[in-house]
Ligand binder design. Structure first.
Ligand code: AHR
Length: 504
């Protein structure tokens, strides 16, 4: 079909699919870091706080965001964490130094409060519990598992009951430590040391419950010198005992190179494919048909290189840390990262947006004040709402632009998800900064007849953001003129935009 040099296209057919979306692809992350927990989700005395001190305004926004698996309690924090500090009568809990973030941890929020938070979010929210394999090991992991999940009749289960939680928590998804390859991690280990410890811990936990889902630590990021070798060594020790391997990636604009920043998902997709190849290489060596799947349990835009706006002194309680304010440009990159995850739904089974509130987060709060949505809130909420079902294979034919980091990159990044009711949602990003991008999608055998909605996030000011002063400066808007005729969808994607096109 002839098309203009500046238009993009692809074809959808129900027989060509990537795989089903695991709802846990829309997970998030609550770490004891800065104001994620304290004055984020938990603020007794706040006008909107409920009887447990949970902020109901935040609960409402988290429900709207549509998060599923919630990873807890860290992050770097978990590698010095003592779970016993966060259970039992609140007034008897110890104050501790949090060495990861150089803060003071009051432990007024712990496991029981976290589980109450999830219950209030609703049944779609489920825990993803991270274990301390930095300063602790097999014994403490087993004790926490028994405390959390054993119904009754042992000292640990009875301790939980005495603490007020009669019903076991039933935590099914566990992370075997956090970023153990990183020299910054408390109790950092070599791949051999960590692989042995993770394997021993996993096998011991399975003696209590063989049905657990366990995530072993992959590299902290793709740039680590030991990347891929770490995964191969760790998996050789743990392949039989674990289900998923973790990936972490954060993106930011560097060297004034916006074009490369807009193509961050190229890196994310290459990262995923490299980890899949490494898992399958180890599987082949072990002559097993078992496939290890991926838990992309930390991902986001994070301005790690930007100077901190206000200096933070050591050992404060709930200091303002990592409170990035996201622009429209960031939201477009963020949407593209979501597209990358969906495009690999066959192997990525869990993904956690890091983090949930205040700390590099889609939701911001002011102590004693309001809560509001960052620009990144919208792509996540829309993908979680409309991105459930079967991911269809999308092979984009689009004009390209030149980037310093990735060479030629297509202007269009896209995926499509077919729901159980047959409705199809196209998620698409136009990476072009100045020109609109016409898009034609040929639809075969999908029985679609109308456009329900074309929603876009774009702005004349690519730096536009939502703030305490202007919390609703940026929101998605409806796009007119998108049509479905003669079996083809025709749309125009605004410059630098995230798009959700729903077809029924
Ligand atoms: O999400 C912030 C931090 O990034 C986490 O604590 C750590 O795991 C990662 O390096």
């Amino acid at each position: 079909m002839p098309r203009s040099a500046r238009s993009a296209r692809f074809t959808l057919h129900p027989d060509f699919s990537v795989g089903p979306v695991d709802p846990r692809l829309f997970g998030s992350f609550v770490e004891h870091l800065g104001r994620c927990v304290y004055t984020g989700i938990h603020e007794p005395g706040h006008p909107a706080a409920d009887e447990d001190g949970l902020r109901t305004d935040v609960l409402e926004l988290v429900r709207e965001l549509g998060v599923t698996a919630v990873r807890y309690p860290g992050g770097n924090y978990v590698s010095g964490h003592r779970w016993e500090d966060g259970v039992g009568p609140v007034d008897e809990r110890p104050r501790r130094l949090d060495l990861a973030w150089r803060s003071t941890e009051t432990n007024r929020f712990g496991l029981s409060e976290f589980m109450a938070f999830l219950r209030k979010l609703g049944p779609q929210a489920q825990p993803m519990m991270a274990l301390n394999l930095g300063t602790r090991g097999v014994a403490e992991a087993m004790e926490l598992l028994e405390y959390a999940n054993h119904p009754a009749g042992t000292e640990l289960a009875e301790r939980r009951i005495a603490h007020g939680d009669k019903d076991p928590f039933g935590i099914g998804l566990w992370c075997l430590g956090n970023e153990m390859d990183g020299t910054w991690q408390i109790g950092h280990k070599t791949a051999e040391e960590y692989g042995r410890l993770a394997g021993e811990t996993a096998r011991a936990m399975r003696l209590i419950d063989p049905g657990l889902e366990l995530v072993v630590c992959g590299s902290s990021n793709r740039a680590m010198e030991t990347f891929a070798a770490w995964e191969a060594t760790v998996l050789a020790e743990t392949y039989d005992a674990v289900d998923h391997i973790s990936l972490h990636a954060y993106y930011e604009e560097t060297d004034d190179d916006r074009d490369s920043f807009l193509a961050s998902a190229v890196d994310m997709e290459a990262f995923i494919e490299a980890v899949v190849a490494t898992c399958d290489h180890v599987g082949a060596r072990l002559k097993t048909s078992k496939k290890i799947t991926l838990s992309f349990d930390e991902w986001n835009v994070w301005y790690q290189r930007r100077p901190h706006p206000h200096p933070v002194e050591d050992w404060q309680e709930a200091p303002r840390l990592l409170e990035d304010v996201y622009t429209v440009t960031d939201a477009v990159v963020f949407g593209s990262l979501l597209i990358a995850l969906l495009r690999h739904a066959d192997r990525v089974k869990v993904a956690c947006l890091a983090q949930l509130v205040n700390v590099i987060a889609p939701i911001m709060t002011e102590p004693g004040g309001p809560a509001w949505r960052q620009t990144t809130f919208f792509p996540f909420a829309q993908a979680s709402r409309y991105g459930r079902g079967e991911v269809l294979d999308v092979r984009v034919d689009a004009p390209a632009y030149e980037t310093r980091r990735f060479g030629e990159v297509p202007l269009l990044h896209a995926t499509a998800v077919r729901g159980e009711d047959g409705a199809v949602t196209v998620f698409a990003v136009n990476r072009g900064r100045s020109e609109a991008l016409p898009l034609d999608v040929t639809l075969h055998g999908l029985g679609l007849s109308r456009v329900v909605e074309h929603s876009a996030l774009a702005d004349a000011d690519p730096e536009a953001r939502n703030t305490l002063a202007e919390p609703e400066r940026v929101t998605p808007h409806a796009v007119d003129g998108t049509t479905l005729r003669d079996g083809s969808l025709h749309a125009v994607l605004e410059p630098l935009s995230w798009n959700v096109i729903r077809l029924a």
